[in-house]
Design a binder for this molecule. Structure first.
Ligand code: SF4
Length: 298
């Protein structure tokens, strides 16, 4: 299967991008692995006509928005993100009408349609800086309430209205799991993602985005790390830091949407060039603006 994928990739001049939460065998087939924004940026930089995005739909859409001239494929069209689905454009506009003086700051985990009605996008790595630097006092932050709470704490001078969404994977980490992990591994450093609940964030040693967790794991002197994010990260962390020990915080938390792509569907995607991501021009133009504006405010 791997040989066939390699052959098809070469024949078609395709580039494979994989998110950090993808299955190990998919990560091994990828030309680049990263978080959603790193991959979107990569997709705009690389010179190729065909991009196969192994991740969830909003990520493939973001890649298409930033590189509209390329054909972008998502091997499993129903690999969605339940967090992104918690904000619909009509509801966002309804909320905005009640707060006309607020700017909409959207996490990249949103659909292209929501990005198109957004003032500025952010990632988990720069959400606090973006909110701090936007030229308004009031912000509607969506869709993740836990990330919103993290930003509120760091930017107390702004009025931040949180959308009531959450990631079903990160929201499942508990305070008990952090306390238990400390008891079992008192010498370990506990790192969690800002999509985890506030009480989990407060008990951890550090709160980092996925790219931040990778950086911290490389730089820290701790030999043992406990990770509070989707379990797919452990594979990459172990591969890049073979001299260190990594454990999932509590029972491993799995994003089933991220695991939908298999070697078989990746091969079919390349062979049949499916499923192509297409978006209306107007949506892409507006969504691109909100993504580009993020750079101005970090
Ligand atoms: S881990 Fe959470 S935010 Fe990421 S794709 Fe899965 S549901 Fe969405």
């Amino acid at each position: 299967m791997e040989k066939e994928i390699g052959k098809l990739k070469k024949e078609k001049g395709a580039v494979i991008l994989a998110h950090n939460y993808q299955l190990p065998e998919i990560q091994d087939m990828a030309d680049f692995i990263g978080d959603s924004l790193e991959l979107a940026r990569k997709s705009a930089e690389i010179k190729c006509k065909l991009l196969v995005f192994c991740g969830v739909k909003f990520m493939a859409e973001t890649a298409k928005i930033l590189s509209p001239e390329k054909k972008v494929l998502l091997p499993e069209i129903d690999a969605g993100c339940p967090l992104a689905d918690m904000a619909q454009p009509e509801k966002v506009m309804e909320f905005k009408e009640k707060h006309p003086d607020a700017w909409i700051v959207s996490y990249v985990n949103t659909s292209a349609e929501v990005k198109a009605v957004t003032d500025v996008c952010c990632t988990s790595a720069n959400a606090d800086r973006v909110v701090q630097n936007v030229p308004v006092k009031k912000v509607i932050f969506l869709p993740d309430k836990n990330l919103c709470g993290y930003v509120r704490k760091r930017v107390p001078e702004k009025e931040i209205l949180c959308w009531d969404g959450y990631c079903y994977v990160h929201d499942r980490f508990t305070e008990y799991e952090v306390r238990k992990a400390r008891e079992i591994h008192p010498d370990a450093e506990i790192l969690v993602h800002p999509e985890c609940r506030q009480e989990v964030q407060e008990l951890a040693d550090g709160i980092y985005s996925t790219s931040g967790i990778l950086r911290r794991a490389r730089e820290t002197e701790s030999r043992k790390l406990i990770i509070g994010t989707e379990e797919g990260m452990i594979y990459r962390l172990k591969k890049e830091n073979p001299e260190k020990e990594f454990y999932s915080l509590g029972a491993p938390k799995i994003c089933y949407n991220m695991k939908k792509i298999t070697l078989k569907s990746l091969k079919t995607a390349l062979a049949e060039e499916k499923y192509e991501i297409t978006l209306p021009e107007e949506i892409m133009t507006k969504a691109r603006l909100s993504l580009e504006r993020m750079i101005e405010y970090i």
